[in-house]
Design a protein around this ligand. Structure first.
Ligand code: FAD
Ligand code: DLZ
Ligand code: SF4
Length: 508
């Protein structure tokens, strides 16, 4: 009998990954490879590549020190052929292996590639479930079956019940409510002291990777330095523990707040670690719930955080696999405007966009409200190309993989799925941004002005978007009041709004 090769992908860096469950250190080969195709299918942010390569190399070393036989192919190694399939083919020959075991990949395109191996390479391919998620694709499909609308909130309640998280002894939600979002919308007070972000020093492995990225990916978006990501599970756990200790108590209250020059606030900054497998959702939920039970963090904060991980994250993944591959081609509003250059250099007069894009470029990170209500809101209102916006979001964030990026972009910000994920578009005028941030104070535009050269573009773009898409949106009962107020507006003002929007969009 030939050898078994266990293929670990770059976002499968978990010691308990299903593909390793029955691995035999004496016989099996653990295979990992850095390949051009994965780094270039979109031109990822430099920090994202550096993080993942360093985390992959550290993970491979940990497996080696546990006694496994690890075959790791580095990007610049002689003979690296550049794709998963061709590298696997070489590895199969090297080791005379006839069988590959792999955990279900995170992206549809990779799954298609994995499915082709059996025929192309004449081997047995065992694809195992990715049991790091709390809901399986089958469970999601069962839940979705026959429902008119797929609402995250109901899915989340089922998950709370099923996994017995934040439930009281009578089987109801802890504290009597399922959701404490009403308490979670405060802007950040000037006086508040923010905890320092957890940062890590680069070791030799990371230094080598940084030099490689500098050399090979210089034309990619984003700043490589300073680089202070966690690259091992032990480091990622430290970041998680410090979040629970220092940030979680205020996570809820200031979850939607934004502040110039403060990219990290009370968020956890664990998404890149979670999505690459250094952390798993079960341990995160356990620590968060314990913080509430120990009286360390209030219910609104803990419930709010748990909803993101147990609710949104699992729901988003469920949606991805439920609606792929069609989901990738949705474009409800036929949005096709080219992505403006300032998405790459942050050179725009709109201070909110400037700050959020600048921080994205520096950190490969922006928190949720920046992604949703500033950048995302702009993409929606300006009718930017669904394809280009998806590509941008996949490139720029260290936590971005298509399974999580696509539903957030196509469904949540662009409403390009026609309402499969969100019950109405997340569209907002400048006053929302002004309420939740201090960006408007330093902006060349005036948030209080609705039309004219100095007016905040979000103000006229908001109404222009609703007017442009009236046929598609008017029947949505959640928008009926807004359309009524638009109808009542003076026709001269409506005309000016539309002219201002047209001019702005033309100049983009
Ligand atoms: P926190 O605010 O501390 O939240 C805790 C965790 O909850 C996150 O780490 C994440 O794992 C999970 N979470 C929260 N919201 C979501 C959500 N909507 N979908 C999935 N998980 C969620 N998240 C990604 O992990 N990868 C992406 O590529 C990604 N793209 C996004 C694109 C857009 C347009 C939007 C609006 C959101 C996107 N998100 C994405 C979700 C969310 O913005 C990030 O997970 C979050 O900002 C990561 O920062 P954090 O770890 O500090 O999160
Ligand atoms: C994102 C990424 C990058 C940039 N490079 C690699 C790589 O060289 N090797 C690898 O195994 N994985 C990489 N990844 C992550 C994969 O793209 C990821 O596993 C798939 O997108 C499936 O989710
Ligand atoms: Fe953004 Fe408008 Fe405020 Fe300027 S005025 S920061 S464009 S919301």
């Amino acid at each position: 009998m030939g050898k078994t090769l266990r293929f670990i992908l770059g976002d499968q860096l978990s010691h308990k990954i299903s593909s390793l469950k029955d691995a035999d250190p004496n016989k099996d080969i653990i295979f990992m490879c850095e390949v051009w195709d994965e780094t270039r299918y979109v031109k990822h942010h430099k920090k994202k590549i550096a993080f993942l390569f360093s985390a992959m190399r550290h993970f491979a070393n940990e497996l080696k020190s546990k006694g496994y036989n690890v075959d790791y192919v580095q990007l610049d190694e002689d003979g690296n052929t550049g794709s998963f399939t061709s590298e696997l083919e070489r590895a199969l020959k090297r080791h005379k292996a006839e069988e590959v075991i792999i955990t279900f990949p995170g992206e549809y395109r990779v799954l298609e590639e994995v499915k082709s191996w059996s025929e192309k390479l004449g081997i047995y391919v065992g694809i195992r479930d990715d049991d790091r998620f709390l809901s399986t694709r089958e469970e999601f499909a069962e839940w979705a079956e026959g429902r008119k609308g797929l609402t995250m909130e109901y899915f989340y309640r089922e998950m709370r019940r099923k996994h017995d998280i934040l439930m009281d002894k009578n089987g109801g939600p802890e504290g009597g409510e399922w959701n404490y979002d009403k308490q979670n919308r405060e802007p950040l007070p000037d006086s508040i002291e923010l905890p320092v972000k957890t940062m890590f020093q680069a070791d030799d492995i990371t230094e080598n990777v940084l030099r490689l990225v500098e050399k090979k990916f210089n034309d990619h978006f984003g700043d490589l330095y300073p680089f202070n990501f966690a690259v091992t599970r032990a480091e990622a756990l430290r970041a998680l523990n410090r979040f629970i200790e220092e940030r979680l108590p205020c996570f809820g209250k200031y979850q939607d707040a934004m502040k110039e020059g403060k990219p990290f606030l009370f968020h956890s900054h664990i998404s890149a670690y979670l999505n690459s497998g250094l952390l798993t959702p079960d341990e995160i939920l356990e620590k968060a719930e314990k913080a509430y039970k120990d009286g360390h963090a209030p219910l609104n904060a803990v419930e709010g955080f748990i909803r993101q991980v147990l609710g949104w994250r699992e729901f988003i993944r469920g949606m991805y696999w439920h609606f792929m591959p069609d989901y990738e081609h949705k474009n409800f509003f036929h949005a096709q405007r080219k992505l403006p250059d300032f998405f790459w250099d942050a050179n725009t007069k709109m201070n909110c966009m400037k700050q959020c894009i600048k921080e994205t470029k520096e950190n490969a990170y922006a928190h949720h409200i920046q992604r949703l209500m500033v950048i995302g809101n702009f993409c929606l209102l300006a009718g930017l190309s669904v394809e280009e916006v998806n590509e941008w979001y996949l490139i720029v964030y260290a936590d971005a993989y298509q399974w999580v990026e696509l539903p957030n972009v196509t469904g949540m910000i662009l409403y390009a799925d026609g309402g499969l994920l969100a019950s109405k578009p997340y569209a907002a005028s400048g006053s929302y941004i002004n309420k939740m941030s201090d960006y408007c104070k330093n902006c060349e535009y005036k948030v209080t002005e609705k039309t004219g050269e100095d007016a905040c573009p979000f103000n006229y773009l908001y109404w222009d978007f609703l007017d442009r898409n009236e046929k598609k949106l008017k029947s949505n009962h959640r928008l009926s009041m807004i359309y009524k107020s638009w109808e009542k507006r003076d026709s001269g003002i409506k005309k000016t709004i539309k002219e201002d929007a047209a001019k702005f969009l033309e100049d983009l």
